[in-house]
Ligand binder design. Structure first.
Ligand SMILES: [Fe+2]
Ligand SMILES: [Fe+2]
Length: 270
């Protein structure tokens, strides 16, 4: 299976880059399934139903969210009507929507997509992501119920993401980090056959502070005082993430390539 995962879409710049380029990338790379994190797609915080519809129509098969899952109020209702949107498994016991779901892939194949939130350095406390994902992976064995599986590990600390990668090694096809918006250069296949990258990076303008127009965040860092709100940077976005090929029978990753397309970052792809 040929799978593309792209990290957090930040604002209009990231949305436009997806809408303008994904159809072409799907064809060029012959993608079977595309997962994109959309937690910052609407004005930098959360995802509206209207923007979700546009992204899904542009060729995204599954949108994951994160700690900002319900920052746009309509998502609480919208997620119940749109099974292609996944929120973190351990967001809250009463949260609407689902944290994991099996999707159909052309050729009669199936892929599990799940998302978990980490606990280290996060602004709010969340339940243990390791026990949450363990249950889901046990009930969706590779080579059994599903041909492939992807875990989006949404958290701040690189160490916690790596811990999750090794925890799922051999049990998930892909473990990829999101939330920090800066791609790490450690794409690899772990010993058990799981494709891994600590952070996918964002789909946003890198002439910014993690996707936000840089003036206000810099003022806060330099003076310690804020004056206004953060708004997404509006320059050209880099689409940033991971391309993975998996074996349909074993579910193990056979190839992994870092993806950086358009915008300021050095370009890379399969
Ligand atoms: Fe994010
Ligand atoms: Fe986040």
């Amino acid at each position: 299976m040929k799978i593309l995962f792209l990290g957090d879409i930040v604002g209009r710049s990231g949305r436009t880059a997806i809408i303008d380029n994904l159809t072409h990338l799907r064809e060029e790379w012959r993608l079977d399934f595309v997962v994109v994190n959309g937690e910052n797609a609407s004005n930098g915080v959360g995802l509206t139903g209207a923007h979700a519809k546009l992204l899904l129509a542009a060729g995204v098969d599954c949108l994951t969210l994160g700690d900002h899952a319900f920052d746009q109020r309509d998502m609480a209702q919208f997620i119940e009507t749109e099974p292609r949107i996944i929120r973190p498994l351990n967001y809250a016991k009463t949260a609407p929507g689902k944290g994991a779901r099996v999707f159909d892939v052309p050729g009669g194949r199936k892929i599990l997509v799940a998302q978990v939130l980490g606990q280290v350095f996060m602004k709010r406390p969340f339940d243990d992501p390791f026990s949450a994902i363990d249950q889901v992976l046990r009930s969706h064995p590779l080579g059994g119920l599903v041909n492939a599986s992807l875990v989006d590990m949404h958290c701040e600390a690189t160490s916690e993401k790596m811990g999750m990668g090794h925890y799922c090694d051999g049990r998930a096809s892909i473990v990829v980090g999101t939330h920090t918006h800066v791609p790490t250069s450690d794409a690899m296949i772990l010993p058990g056959g799981t494709a891994y990258q600590t952070d996918a990076g964002m789909c946003g303008d890198h002439n910014s502070v993690i996707g936000m127009e840089k003036t206000e965040p810099m003022r806060r860092f330099v003076t310690g005082m804020g004056k206004g709100r953060f708004t997404p940077a509006e320059g050209k976005a880099t689409l940033s993430g991971l391309y993975v090929e998996t074996d349909d029978r074993s579910g193990k990753a056979t190839r992994v390539e870092m993806v950086r397309s358009g915008g300021l970052l050095q370009q890379s792809g399969p």
